[in-house]
Design a protein around this ligand. Structure first.
Ligand code: UDP
Ligand code: MG
Length: 324
């Protein structure tokens, strides 16, 4: 049977484009429903992420005129990732699969149908991957692609050129609720959940109205959050830097002692430089070591699930009693 789909659309100050987006999404839904690709109870959910313009008024109006449209209003601006989670968690357990998409429709909606196809073939997660960024500005393209490359180098499990346009099934959504960290970097978490995944490629389109809600400052914060949520590499670099520093300090120490012996120094120089070199090296090592433990504490505080069971056989209660 075709699935019941929820489309989650986070919206922050999107009054210029929301009507147009809704028209397109609705027409697309009509088409998918008439061809039996998705069930008629499928819905579109707009999450207002504390917009300062009339975005929420538009969402309210759309949902009062059309039962297919759902609205979620956040009390203030919590950021794209949280807005997305709010929409997903609000309707958890009600739909078969969930697709997240940006309000500006830069992610091609025509990729939704192939995503459903992959879902029907058994994929629990379908990543929308941008294989053509020719519509992005040079700056956006370079920064975005550098972002993915650095992330992958640092061991963050992102899918190259995949943002937050993806399908997840109800089971993956349920698992997502077990990740209790406050700063959730969703596109890194989903691959760690595992299960069968697939990719659908599409061409990234231009924003038709309004402007980007991701200025450089937000992009940097976002990337940094991704790195610090998944990678202890920066912290370990401090430790390595400390160890290298220590050896340099030993070399400086030798130089200082030899200079002293050869009488090239003024009084007081050796006793100043020698401890400085020694302590700066050992300080760095100590900070790195503390960092290692803080890293461990951080992992514990996040309390991520140790493992996820995808399937297990049903056990009849009477059977289990017999075995005991
Ligand atoms: N967005 C949000 N909260 C924010 C910033 C952005 O919900 O604080 C939404 C925004 O409305 C859009 C999506 O996140 O639906 C992606 O933003 P945008 O298209 O501006 O980013 P870009 O495509 O330029 O990276
Ligand atoms: Mg956009």
């Amino acid at each position: 049977m075709s699935p019941k789909l929820l489309l989650v659309v986070p919206c922050y100050n999107e009054q210029e484009i929301l009507q147009l987006t809704n028209q397109k999404l609705n027409a697309y839904f009509d088409n998918l429903i008439s061809r039996g690709i998705i069930r008629s109870e499928s819905k579109i959910c707009y999450v207002n992420d504390g917009s300062k313009d009339s975005t929420w008024d538009i969402i309210e109006e759309l949902s009062s005129n059309n039962s297919r449209i759902l609205g979620v209003k956040l009390s203030k601006n919590y950021g794209h990732q949280n807005a997305l989670l709010a929409g997903l968690f609000e309707y958890k357990g009600i739909f078969d699969c969930y697709i997240s998409i940006d309000a500006d429709l830069q992610d091609d909606i025509n990729a939704i149908e192939p995503m459903i196809d992959r879902y029907n073939e058994g994929a629990a997660v379908v990543y929308g991957v941008r294989d053509d960024r020719s519509n992005d500005s040079f700056f956006k393209r370079v920064t975005a692609e550098t972002f993915y490359k650095i992330m992958l180098k640092l061991g963050v499990p992102v899918v190259y050129n995949h943002a937050d346009f993806r399908l997840i099934n109800d089971q993956v959504l349920e698992e997502l609720t077990h990740y209790r960290e406050v700063n959730m970097f969703i596109r890194g978490i989903i691959p760690t959940i595992g299960m069968k995944s697939a990719k659908v490629t599409y061409k990234r389109l231009e924003r038709e109205a309004g402007e980007t809600k991701y200025p450089v400052s937000k992009m940097v914060v976002f990337a940094w959050n991704g790195v610090t949520s998944f990678s202890t590499v920066p912290m370990r670099m401090v430790l390595w830097f400390g160890i290298i520093n220590f050896f340099v300090a030993v070399a400086i120490g030798l130089y200082v002692v030899i200079s002293q012996e050869m009488g090239h120094t003024v009084a007081g120089w050796t006793s100043t430089v020698l401890p400085m070199a020694f302590f700066s090296g050992s300080n760095m090592i100590a900070i790195g070591l503390i960092g290692e433990y803080i890293g461990k504490i951080y992992e514990e505080v996040k309390a991520r699930p140790r493992y996820i069971v995808e399937k297990s056989s049903d056990l009849n209660i009477s059977d289990s009693k017999k075995n005991i």
